[in-house]
Ligand binder design. Structure first.
Ligand code: ADP
Length: 151
C-alpha cells in the first residue's frame, strides 16, 4: 500500500490541483489531500468551506482522503503514514520554491517529494488570480469544480 500526502493552502482548490491528484493516483494507491491551516495566513475561503468543497468533490473516491492539518508537513505526512509528499509544478518559479522546501523536508525527515508537471491547459491556473476574480464577481466555474460549495 503506497500512500502520499498532497498538502496545500488550496485557497481555492482548482482544476489544476484536481489534475495533480489524478496524476498522483497513477503512482500511489491512496492520496491524502491535506488542507494546511496557517494561523498567520488565513486566506480568503474558510477552512470549513475548503473542507466542504473538497469533501463533496471526493466523497465517493475510496482512494482519496481529505483532511486538514496544523503542524509541520513532514510530521503530518508521517502521522498519516504517507511515504511521499506530492507537489505540482507549473513553471520555474514553482520549481525554485518547491526545490527549497523539498530539500529542507528531506533534510529534516528523510521524506522525498514527488513533483508532477501540470497539464498544459492548467499551467496558468493560479489560486491567487482566481481569488481576485472571485472577489470581483467573475465566474470561476471554468477553473474550479463546484465553486458554489465555497460560498
Ligand atoms: P501552497 O500555499 O502550499 O503552495 P497551493 O494551494 O498554492 O498551496 O498549491 C499546492 C500545490 O499545488 C503546490 O505544489 C503548487 O505548486 C501546486 N499547484 C497550484 N496550482 C497548480 C496548477 N494549476 N497546476 C499544477 N499544480 C498546481
Amino acid at each position: 500500500m503506497k500512500r502520499c500526502l498532497f498538502p496545500g493552502s488550496f485557497d481555492p482548490f482548482t482544476k489544476g490541483h484536481e489534475a495533480i491528484v489524478v496524476q498522483a493516483l497513477e503512482l500511489f494507491d491512496e492520496v491524502v489531500i491535506g488542507i494546511g491551516i496557517n494561523s498567520k495566513k488565513t486566506g480568503l475561503f474558510t477552512i470549513d468551506k475548503k473542507l466542504a468543497h473538497l469533501s463533496a468533490l471526493y466523497n465517493h473516491e475510496a482512494r482519496i482522503k481529505v483532511t486538514t492539518f496544523q503542524k509541520l508537513t513532514v510530521a503530518f505526512c508521517k502521522e498519516m503514514e504517507c511515504t511521499h509528499i506530492v507537489r505540482g509544478l507549473r513553471d520555474t518559479k514553482d520549481f525554485e520554491y518547491e526545490k527549497s522546501i523539498g530539500h529542507m523536508n528531506r533534510a529534516i525527515s528523510g521524506i522525498e517529494t514527488v513533483f508532477f508537471l501540470t497539464a498544459l491547459e492548467h499551467s496558468a491556473l493560479n489560486s491567487s488570480i482566481i481569488r481576485e476574480m472571485y472577489q470581483n464577481g467573475a465566474d470561476i466555474s471554468s477553473f474550479v469544480t463546484n465553486p458554489d460549495l465555497l460560498v
